[in-house]
Design a protein around this ligand. Structure first.
Ligand SMILES: [Zn+2]
Length: 315
């Protein structure tokens, strides 16, 4: 009995007309439809019931099972993805962080993105970050800028050194309070966006999520504030989980036998204990592999990125 399950991870999907946030990295509408053609031809797209039954050991998955997951609660998940899936009679699994749905706020990860995508350019963002670090060195007891640069300014497979420096420093390199303050300052100076207006345009509204749930889409937890959950104290982890669950309850999503999707893939054993105590039955990571129910810990299921799969019907 095979428990193999190809879990595909999506983030942003663009509208047909190329409106919206054209600078966000994501699938074009045609690529998305082409990939759905490919997946429908070769796989059986699982429903929430099939997936939950399989992880609970009640029922085997169909052969060539595939699960479609959408992270980060983009409003386009309602206006584009939900409609495309509904037309095909498919179910998707959506994981919106709670805070930007409930408050007129933009997640740090997106503030960083929109700051780096600004016309100022990455070199200017890195320069302003260094200025900010120097100006706030005493207030926040920071290390000298040169030591941060030595640790983080290293080119990666995808980005030049100055982009990696900004991303690493602002995503995980600085302590939480410093990071939030620095991200805010750079976003305000450089992005050209008003936070409240961007929040409303970028993220799902609660009533849209409720409609998706009513129409058979699965909505699960992706944290309250989209933080690296493996960097938090147990008390902070528990708060993230409890706030996520009360958000799911408010939008009518399941809070029994529910699914967690870890922001940035970050988790640790204490978090997994907290999840088990709260009745979570599956956790989605960002480890790149085809999952196998029964072989993997159900709280540590790997996924493939949409970029790992073909974009046309015939592959
Ligand atoms: Zn995320």
């Amino acid at each position: 009995m095979s428990g193999r399950l190809t879990i595909v991870m999506y983030h942003y999907v663009h509208e047909l007309a190329g409106q919206g946030f054209v600078k966000l990295v994501g699938r074009t509408y045609d690529e998305f439809q082409g990939q759905l053609d490919y997946l429908e031809r070769r796989f059986t797209i699982v429903t929430p019931e099939q997936f939950i039954d399989a992880v609970k050991g009640r029922c085997a998955l169909p052969a060539n099972a595939c699960m479609l997951t959408f992270d980060d609660g983009y409003r386009i998940h309602y206006s584009v993805v939900f409609k495309a899936l509904r037309e095909r009679g498919l179910a998707g699994f959506f994981f919106p962080p709670a805070r930007p749905v409930l408050e007129p706020s933009v997640l740090d990860v997106h503030k960083i993105h929109f700051t780096l995508a600004s016309t100022a350019g990455a070199a200017e963002v890195a320069r302003q970050l260094c200025d900010w670090l120097e100006m706030n060195a005493v207030a926040f007891s920071l290390q000298p800028v040169a030591s941060y640069k030595a640790a983080y300014a290293k080119a990666s497979r995808f980005d030049p050194a100055e982009v990696v420096f900004v991303k690493r420093m602002l995503q995980k390199g600085l302590p939480d309070a410093v990071r939030t303050a620095a991200v805010d300052a750079l976003f305000r100076n450089l992005s050209g966006y008003d936070e409240a207006l961007l929040s409303e345009a970028l993220y799902l509204r609660a009533h849209e999520i409720a409609e998706m749930v009513d129409s058979g889409m699965y909505v699960g937890a992706h944290g309250y504030d989209h933080r690296w959950l493996d960097t938090l104290t147990v008390a902070e982890q528990e708060r993230e989980l409890d706030l996520s669950l009360s958000f799911l309850e408010d939008v009518g999503a399941p809070t029994e036998n529910w699914i967690m999707c870890y922001p940035y893939g970050g988790q640790d054993p204490l978090l997994l204990d907290g999840l088990r105590r709260r009745g979570c039955v599956a956790g989605l990571t960002t480890e790149v592999a085809v999952a196998d129910i029964g072989r993997y810990d159900p709280l540590l299921l790997p996924r493939l990125d949409t970029n790992d799969l073909p974009l046309h019907r015939d592959g």
